[in-house]
Design a protein around this ligand. Sequence first.
Ligand SMILES: Nc1ncnc2c1ncn2[C@@H]1O[C@H](COP(=O)(O)OP(=O)(O)OP(=O)(O)O)[C@@H](O)[C@H]1O
Ligand SMILES: [Mg+2]
Length: 496
Amino acid sequence: MADNIKMEVRHISKSFPGVKALDDVNFKLKKGTVHVLCGENGAGKSTLMKILYGIYHQDEGEIIVDGKVVKIANPIDARNQGISMIFQELSFVSDMTLEENLFLGRWIKKNACLIDWEKIRDETKKLLEKEGLPYKPDTPLRSMSVSNIQMIEILKAVSFNAEILIMDEPTSSISNKDVESLISKIEELRSRGMSIIYISHKMDEIFRIADEITILRDGKTITTLQKDETNIDQVIELMVGRKLENQYPKEIMEIGEEIFKVEHLTKQGVFEDINFNVKRGEIVGFAGLVGAGRTETMNTLFGLDTYDSGDVYLNRKPIQVRNVREAIANGIAMVTEDRRRYGIIPVRSVMENASLATLKKYFAGGRRHKHEEIKDISEVFEKVRVKTPSLETPIKSLSGGNQQKVILAKWLLCNSEVMIMDEPTRGIDVGAKKEIYELIGDFAKNGKGIIMISSELPELMGMCDRIYVMKEGKITGCLENREIFSQEQIMNYAVS
Ligand SMILES: Nc1ncnc2c1ncn2[C@@H]1O[C@H](COP(=O)(O)OP(=O)(O)OP(=O)(O)O)[C@@H](O)[C@H]1O
Ligand SMILES: [Mg+2]
């Protein structure tokens, strides 16, 4: 039945300097369904969506909406065609209020020059009420969480009468609870007849909400599957082009001496009396709900933030970490959660970004050993399959997941004693996740200590030797024996 097709993408191709991002892509979006796009980092998912939203233009191919070929020159065109998009990297003007954001560019006016703020407020209230959202129209976006802003973006889409909604990795930086609200919202929109294109690397989530799944690999459409007729293993295999076994390649290693110790670390109102240690060769996990204080604690230990009291020891000697430079000098490295803010210099090349943390390692006898550096970086890049046209490419033109890989590679190359990783595999495709676990394992094998924060319990249970659990700024439990790690027990410590 052709008439239940909302949109069709035919023979779309798109090249960037050095890469063919899309190569003859085809798929059909049915009315009132959720269509998931799957593919490895750099497969072309975001590029395709940006074409549908008029940010990029295809070199070849056509887009058909409601049976008619449409030209989408820019996002305004896209909206006129009923297409709205929520981005992988949320972009909004943070100094704006909710209502300003909603009516930006389409102000309701009293006359030629006066904006009718009363009307705007009324309309905003009506919209909020209709969608059951408990916010005030004059809330500054700055004060809202990522997940609330997403809801506002959805609200905006609804207010534009969007019939097609594109969501590019909407759950990559929101808490599990917020994922639940988002999923119910999506289900509601679908039941109202909206057609949704959804991108995610999280398999369980994909299998919950998808009606159909289209798989992209190296810019080509591999196939479209009905959710009910496929399974996670098949999707992964089609995505990466090979079978993946043993997702958590954890080796049991000899655990050495204590390398890092934190005693009574306290910051008023943020975390309290934090005590833990890490031994050589050990991977120590930190579990907890979003907001439990894990990121704040680790940021402090990396010198990104200050603390009120407590002691930090490296190799049994007390150390100070008043700022990042001191932390790095002491041998502490960190892959931060907010990699956009602390992780990258967007306009600089992939190579420059990758070698930022290791400059010292390759400086000896007053000169820089660039060959060695390039060789090491290339090796790690190959291992985690960083997809980049060259080492000279600006990092900002890499796909989201590939930027993550470069940053991870940077820190994995760095000769630090202790590595703190906050959500190291967020936004990374299933195939590359495994390679990253292997690199973390190598790091441990070299006698280093690893601290890993993750919201994915299977990942912590699969990779860690010990797991601390935090709740409301305190450590509430520690699971010592990896033989008996259990999801229930961790959740107990995290919530009760
Ligand atoms: N503005 C750009 N300039 C140059 N190359 C680009 C640009 N945008 C994307 N690319 C390249 O196009 C390819 C596809 O990237 P895209 O962002 O579409 O991947 P993706 O499937 O969304 O990956 P991820 O899961 O990592 O988000 C990549 O090789 C990327 O480097
Ligand atoms: Mg992307």
